[in-house]
Design a protein around this ligand. Sequence first.
Ligand SMILES: O=P(O)(O)OC[C@H]1O[C@H](OP(=O)(O)OP(=O)(O)O)[C@H](O)[C@@H]1O
Ligand SMILES: Nc1nc2[nH]cnc2c(=O)[nH]1
Length: 175
Amino acid sequence: MVNTNVRTLLSADEIAARTRELGAQITKEYAGRRLVLVCVLKGSFVFTADLMRHIDLPLRVEFLGVRSYGEGTSSTGVVQITQDLNQPIEGDDVLIVEDIVDTGLTISHLLQLLRTRMPSSIKVCSLLHKPARSRVEVPIHFLGFTIEDKFVVGYGLDWAERYRNLPFIGVVEAQ
Ligand SMILES: O=P(O)(O)OC[C@H]1O[C@H](OP(=O)(O)OP(=O)(O)O)[C@H](O)[C@@H]1O
Ligand SMILES: Nc1nc2[nH]cnc2c(=O)[nH]1
């Protein structure tokens, strides 16, 4: 079978159950507000697609392309915007949706960038957090799972653009 070298860390069922809970929490918190989800490409497109279907509110979705890992498994430290939002977010309640906060450099850069556009509020929802590698303190208001210090793949997360299509999150093992 393809991808047998990936050890499961979080199953598709575990991810789905937690995503449903996060959606309910977000629905409660943003009732009556102007919610805009900012999906950080590429990694968070799978999580965003599932999460948004558990948010029972009239929301908007915007996409922001960001890259700092390239082909490797550690951050280059340079956060590159590959695609900007195509709508203003002034006066909106922005929720940045990330697949993972690792060093924190990406989310810290995005918070700084998007705050200059005068949203009414800005918060972060991340499926995963890897605190062992943190280089800057960042607020994560809605968090799926805290994980160990391993480079993970699947459910949108890649290694050199591979593995994004796995329905679970896992760790690549040496063959
Ligand atoms: O907290 P950090 O150490 O900054 O890492 C987190 C970022 O790394 C990944 O993006 P990546 O640069 O790999 O681009 P991709 O989403 O297109 O795969 C991930 O999707 C986050 O955006
Ligand atoms: N695929 C992947 N991308 C990341 N970006 C930051 N940390 C990770 C990780 O563990 N896996």
